[in-house]
Design a protein around this ligand. Structure first.
Ligand code: PLP
Ligand code: COI
Length: 361
């Protein structure tokens, strides 16, 4: 039976002043709304106990399986306010679908797509006052996640699982506005391998990427680019974003999905709108030699990272233990055109020709 997520309203919501203060400068991931959506799955009973309830801590037994074996998956999506005040989700069915794929890989139960979208929509309706207006590219970031909450230390798939959605008003992910970021290409660490969890959005992937990200910080970079683990002959993705190159002859190139990278919804949307912008999308293998050589010989004129949190962010340079490859300072015209095309759809400033927006309030 479909879940309905009935609302049990928070009797002590944040004051209007407190909400206004947060929305004036939300940052990323620092503030949370008045409510959260929750549902519990048990092996015998399936999904139930669904509700939108006051935001607050979980009471967790120290033996909860997720704390030991990291059986957990999550999603990231945003609710956007349009100029007329209405609120919309962007391709939530795509997030629901990826959540199912991630859950399958981690031996977590399947949450029907309609329940996933309903949970997000009901939470946003309850916390509509927390959805910023579109100025300064603000939105309400939604974080659906699911974890093994069974109290049991044996290594097997949990028989009690908690699903939750929390919401956090968000400004730009990278501080300092839309300016090119430098990317560290790590030789030391890998993110994923064939048969591993690279294409699943599970917390463990991010825990494992932190050390590489800090290696990047040590070299003045804000994100890390991973290369395929075994043969080191294929560029994959960043710790929390996909990557694209723009060539001088108008091709928009991104690594093909090989099972080791996350199938980004922003990535897919960019490949879809590329043609409208006169760019030719190409999904294929990019070798490190092509990445560095193309910048050196001028074949590659722009590069950018993309994801829900980061939207589309130009890349200034790739740095590695072997050297530094700086992209031309050309104002990233193709990157900015793509960025604006996606944002214009998300904020309702352009026609939703692909049927991506879901009005929810
Ligand atoms: N790759 C990784 C590892 C990510 O964490 C993300 C962010 O969610 C992406 C790519 C981009 O995915 P999406 O565009 O669906 O946000
Ligand atoms: C997202 O873009 O939604 C992510 O999950 C990436 C994370 C690094 C914030």
């Amino acid at each position: 039976m479909a879940l309905t997520f009935p609302l049990h309203r928070n009797p002590y919501p944040a004051t209007d002043d407190a909400v206004a203060r947060v929305l004036a400068d939300p940052g990323f991931g620092d503030h949370f709304t008045d409510h959260m959506a929750v549902a519990i799955w048990t092996k015998d009973g399936g999904w139930g106990a669904d509700e939108v309830k006051p935001y607050g801590p979980f009471q967790m037994d120290p033996a909860s399986a997720v704390l030991h074996y990291a059986q957990e998956v999550f999603e990231g999506m945003k609710a956007y306010r349009h100029a007329d005040g209405s609120i919309h989700l962007f391709r939530p069915e795509a997030n629901a679908h990826r959540f199912q794929n991630s859950a399958a890989r981690l031996m977590l139960p399947q949450l029907p797509g309609e329940d996933f979208v309903r949970a997000c929509a009901e939470l946003v309706r309850a916390d509509a006052a927390w959805v910023p207006d579109a100025e300064g590219e603000r939105s309400l970031y939604l974080r659906p996640f699911m974890f093994a909450s069974e109290v049991f230390l044996g290594v097997r798939a949990a028989q009690t699982v908690t699903f939750c959605v929390i919401a956090s008003p968000a400004g730009p992910y990278f501080t300092g506005g839309v300016k090119p970021v430098d990317i560290w290409v790590t030789d030391t660490y890998a993110r994923a391998g064939v048969g591993g969890t690279g294409s699943a959005k599970c917390g463990g992937n991010y825990a494992a990427s932190l050390i590489a990200q800090y290696e990047g910080y040590d070299h003045g970079c804000s994100q890390v680019l991973f290369i395929e683990a075994a043969d080191k002959d294929r560029v994959e993705e960043l710790g929390g974003m996909n990557v694209f190159l723009v060539t001088a002859d108008g091709r928009l190139v991104t690594p093909a999905l090989t099972g080791t990278i996350l199938e980004g919804i922003t990535r897919d949307s960019i490949l879809t709108v590329a043609g409208d912008l006169g760019l030719v999308p190409e999904e294929r293998r990019i070798t490190p030699e092509e990445l560095f050589g193309g910048i050196a010989d001028g074949t590659t004129v722009e590069a950018f990272s993309c994801g829900t949190a980061a939207v589309v962010t130009p890349i200034g340079a790739f740095k590695s233990a072997q050297g530094e490859w700086r992209l031309p300072e050309n104002g990233s015209p193709a990157t900015m055109a793509i960025r604006n095309a996606i944002l214009d759809i998300q904020y309702g400033r352009a026609a939703d020709d692909h049927g991506w927006m879901r009005p929810i309030a």
